[in-house]
Design a protein around this ligand. Structure first.
Ligand SMILES: Cc1cc2nc3c(=O)[nH]c(=O)nc-3n(C[C@H](O)[C@H](O)[C@H](O)COP(=O)(O)OP(=O)(O)OC[C@H]3O[C@@H](n4cnc5c(N)ncnc54)[C@H](O)[C@@H]3O)c2cc1C
Length: 469
């Protein structure tokens, strides 16, 4: 019998995994995970969460009589060595689309093919491969609505069942515990873990619960941050603990059965696709203004400013912003509306370069996604494709009136001024580093500046920006 390596990256699942299925067909299986420069370069929270996902998947493998071989170093060399060491004749993996992964995977493929190994990558992270969607003129889409109109009628293949796994003898492995993937969480990982939903089973349960209880209210209530209406699946999608195809089909069935919010949910799932479409075609999306004339905008690029620290620590004195930043610190995720509000406040009221906010999210989010995060920041800042117009500056206080009138979200995350603060608000103080010197009975932080001043300053700067295509 032949031996096949399944190189695990962001596809930590057994169900609906084309690369895994192909590996199982090709031979006895050796699952492999490599701690390379890309894994090493992850922010604190996503790296820690990736470690939890990996431990969970390893336990799944062990329960099935196998394991995951762990190695550190450059996959360009390691996969060649492992193939030679184990006599594997094939190496399969699920594709990724950011520039560093694409460059690495291209080299890996040619190195393996040079020694006659069948090296293949498979779709699995997305519904539509980014190069498979084109405008009538043959370019890529820069606006979401025509992208959606192009893909919405496409037939998406059914999902694949979990294959029967037969393992080859495992070569030596490093120890996951020795990797200390959570070492950079210089804060309350024990707080954040209470909010994480790790692994394939947790992801499946989330999907079932969302379809049964919430999809019907999704369109009407998804913008209310205190309500548990959204799916929470971004955490699992980013590590591939569930396939987007399975979510799509569940949403489609709900749509056909007449669930009110189902189409809206499918559209949101396709925003994720759109983000990857943009990232693939513009690999510099996380770092460069999508619209180059924004290079002339006078962003403040000093990440060490006191105002930035106050934003990061949920101490701006603007209630919605502080509540949202604390939600992220405690749970590792943040409601979508809250993401838009904190990003708008940082880039517009505080005129801070969007890349500073992007980087902080990259360090704090357990659902960090290279495409959605970059697109989200550029969208809010105004410099991205199909971006919110710059003059649309969210008023965080007005947003409370619209989306948290009873103050439930604020009570959930803010302790100041409350006789009996909620457990979630208190847990923020357990999660933050001691060096921040924050205490529950600290007085309410005073606003950095009146919201109206920040708004006018931003609008002035925008009106001085040369208008260009
Ligand atoms: C500044 C900013 C940064 C963001 N950073 C990230 C990030 O790092 N990782 C991430 O997954 N999402 C990011 N988003 C998008 C969005 O906020 C999250 O996907 C969403 O809040 C996840 O919650 P959910 O799974 O409950 O979503 P649901 O509302 O249940 O939606 C289902 C799925 O659709 C996709 N989706 C929904 N909204 C968006 C969107 N606006 N853009 C792209 N995909 C979307 C997600 O995969 C999500 O899991 C960001 C948005 C902004 C404005």
């Amino acid at each position: 019998m032949m031996t096949a390596l399944w190189w695990i990256r962001r596809d930590m699942r057994l169900a609906d995994n084309p690369a895994l299925c192909a590996a199982v067909r090709a031979g006895d299986l050796i699952p492999v995970f490599i701690r390379d420069a890309i894994v090493e370069g992850l922010g604190a929270a996503p790296k820690w969460r990736m470690g939890l996902g990996l431990a969970h998947l390893r336990d799944q493998m062990k329960a099935l009589g196998g394991d995951i071989v762990l190695r550190s170093g450059d996959p360009r060399k390691i996969l060649v060595q492992l193939a030679q060491e184990t006599g594997a004749t094939s190496v399969y993996w699920s594709r990724l689309y950011d520039a560093d992964s694409v460059a690495r995977d291209t080299d890996v493929k040619s190195n393996l093919q040079a020694i006659n190994i069948d090296a293949q990558s498979f779709a699995g992270h997305l519904l539509f491969e980014p190069w498979s969607v084109e405008t009538k003129q043959g370019g890529f889409y820069k606006v979401y609505t025509p992208f959606w109109n192009t893909v919405k009628q496409r037939v998406i293949d059914g999902t694949l069942s979990i294959p029967e796994l037969k393992f080859a003898p495992m070569p030596p492995s490093e120890s996951l515990e020795d990797w200390h993937l959570g070492a950079a969480m210089k804060r309350g990982a024990d707080v954040v873990i209470q909010h994480a939903h790790v692994g394939e089973d947790a992801a499946q349960q989330r999907l079932v619960q969302f379809i049964e209880d919430n999809i019907g209210h999704y369109k009407a209530r998804r913008d209310f941050p205190a309500e548990p209406v959204c799916s929470g699946l971004s955490e699992n999608l980013t590590y591939g603990e569930i396939s987007p195809r399975q979510i799509w089909h569940a949403g489609q069935r709900a749509f056909e059965e007449g669930a009110a919010g189902a189409e809206h949910f499918l559209k949101e799932l396709v925003w994720r696709e759109f983000a990857y479409h943009l990232l693939f075609h513009r690999p510099d999306l996380p770092n460069e203004n999508f619209r180059p004339h924004w290079g002339a905008f006078p962003w403040n690029t000093d990440a060490t400013r006191h105002e930035v620290a106050r934003w990061q620590r949920g101490q701006t004195g603007i209630k919605f912003v502080d509540a949202a930043m604390r939600e992220m610190y405690v749970t590792g995720t943040m409601h979508n509306r809250a993401r838009m509000i904190v990003a708008s406040y940082l880039t517009k009221h505080l005129m801070t370069d969007w890349r500073i906010g992007r980087a902080w999210f990259e360090d704090c989010l357990i659902d960090w996604d290279p495409a959605a995060n970059a697109m989200g920041w550029q969208w809010v800042a105004g410099c991205g494709p199909d971006a919110a117009p710059y003059f649309r500056i969210f008023n965080p206080d007005g947003q409370i009136e619209k989306f948290d009138k009873q103050g439930v979200y604020l009570d959930r995350w803010l302790a100041e001024g409350r006789l009996d603060p909620s457990d979630t608000a208190l847990s923020f103080y357990d999660a933050v580093p001691k060096s921040w010197s924050l205490r529950v009975r600290d007085p309410d932080p005073k606003p950095i500046a009146p919201l109206s001043d920040g708004r006018l300053r931003a609008l002035d700067a925008y009106s001085a920006l040369p208008k260009s295509a």
